[in-house]
Ligand binder design. Structure first.
Ligand SMILES: NC(=O)C1=CN([C@@H]2O[C@H](COP(=O)(O)OP(=O)(O)OC[C@H]3O[C@@H](n4cnc5c(N)ncnc54)[C@H](OP(=O)(O)O)[C@@H]3O)[C@@H](O)[C@H]2O)C=CC1
Ligand SMILES: O=C(O)C1=NCCCC1
Length: 343
């Protein structure tokens, strides 16, 4: 039995291990694990209750425990045997933090990884950046399944990002690195923040799949959404920003924001007409209880082949955020950290 002390791995150390292909694979494993009910087959499986919320005067603490069994950590390692991983993310959201001097992130989290045999703590991973990566990767996997799988002409596609905070930025970077778009349109309530993101993306573009992409900033949400094929909403708004009339008929939307409710960014006239897919039903029962829409199923059900993708119309991935995503991505980063130290 190991007598080693748990390690603490900082955000700066973790950043060097970013590999979008591996992160997308880790997300697929998480989605599959949640939807799979057969522990004896070849797919990953999971144990994951709905997360809990502790409210304080200044914000909220979320406790997100999860277990994933029979998952493959590295897509690139064809010989790897399946792993089991137990972890818990503790994450706070304190909305006044960005206004402090100096400003602090609204969202601050850590992932605690445990030895699956002994239950002993192995590592604590600072998880602001990982939370951003895995949320963006969840949207990218959802977009592959709900949009790219049904689209015939993949030339000249337009991506819109509504909200260019931490999440909006990592979504733009993730999509730039993994999917082809002709245009990326940005909108943010505070324009200077979208200008900062545009400058950052322009530097990154040459090293991505999207050397020819045109990036633009827009003064209104409606103008930004016009002609978009895929949209990401990543704001903390508590009132709707996007209405049906802004949208193309077959648009796909990844709705990330968790303002007062998890479905505040889109107007009811969109929810009246679209097909909604989610990350996990257990969480949706609690966090999407007031959502009036057609929730078709989980992304993992599409990956398992037990649910099919609507051929057309508006699709929405209503991203709640779940522990199993942090479990598989946290394990991936921990293994990369250990490999780097043994080299
Ligand atoms: N689904 C998931 O798995 C996850 C969801 N989230 C959620 O994603 C959202 C964004 O998080 P993050 O990027 O980390 O936060 P940031 O603080 O970095 O960014 C917040 C963004 O929301 C915008 N915003 C806030 N209030 C409003 C409003 N009333 N109208 C329009 N825009 C508004 C801000 O604009 P401005 O720059 O003008 O202030 C900014 O663009 C949050 O709601 C968060 O809870 C976060 C992590 C995971
Ligand atoms: O899934 C997460 O992590 C979060 N979801 C909602 C807001 C805080 C972080």
């Amino acid at each position: 039995m190991t007598t080693e002390q748990p390690v603490f791995i900082s955000e700066n150390e973790l950043k060097q291990f970013t590999d979008w292909k591996e992160i997308l694979h880790a997300l697929e494993q998480a989605f599959l694990a949640v939807s799979n009910t057969d522990k004896s087959g070849s797919h990953p499986y999971s144990s994951q209750p709905a997360r809990t919320f502790v409210h304080t005067e200044g914000g909220v603490l979320l406790c997100m425990p999860g277990f994933v069994g029979n998952h493959i950590v590295f897509k690139s390692d064809k010989t790897s045997t399946p792993s089991s991983t137990l972890a818990c993310k503790l994450i706070t959201s304190f909305g006044d933090n960005p206004k402090r001097d100096p400003p602090l992130p609204d969202i601050n989290g850590n992932i605690f990884l445990f030895d699956n045999i002994t239950g002993k703590l192995q590592a604590t991973l600072e998880a602001n950046y990982i939370t951003g990566l895995r949320t963006a990767a969840a949207s990218i996997v959802a977009t592959e399944q709900l949009f790219f799988s049904r689209v015939v002409d993949k030339s000249n596609l337009v991506l819109g990002i509504i909200g260019t905070g931490t999440q909006g930025e990592l979504h733009a970077i993730g999509f730039l690195n993994t999917q082809k778009f002709a245009k990326i349109k940005l909108w943010n309530r505070t324009r200077s923040r979208s200008e900062r993101l545009m400058a950052k993306l322009s530097d990154l573009v040459p090293s991505t799949l999207n050397a020819e992409v045109v990036i633009s900033i827009h003064g209104s949400v409606e103008e930004c959404c016009k002609d978009c094929d895929v949209i990401v909403t990543a704001t903390s708004t508590s009132t709707p920003l996007i209405f049906r009339s802004f949208l193309k008929p077959d648009v796909h939307i990844n709705a990330i924001g968790a303002g007062r409710s998890h479905h505040a960014e889109l107007a009811q006239d969109i929810y009246d007409q679209c097909s909604v897919f989610i990350d996990y039903k257990t969480g949706a029962k609690v966090e999407l209880a007031n959502l009036k829409s057609n929730i078709v199923g989980e992304i993992g059900e599409i990956l398992l082949g037990t649910k099919s993708v609507p051929a057309n119309g508006i699709s929405v991935f209503q991203s709640i955020g779940m522990a199993t995503e942090d479990v598989t991505v946290g394990r991936l980063f921990y293994e990369k950290y250990k490999q780097a130290r043994s080299d």
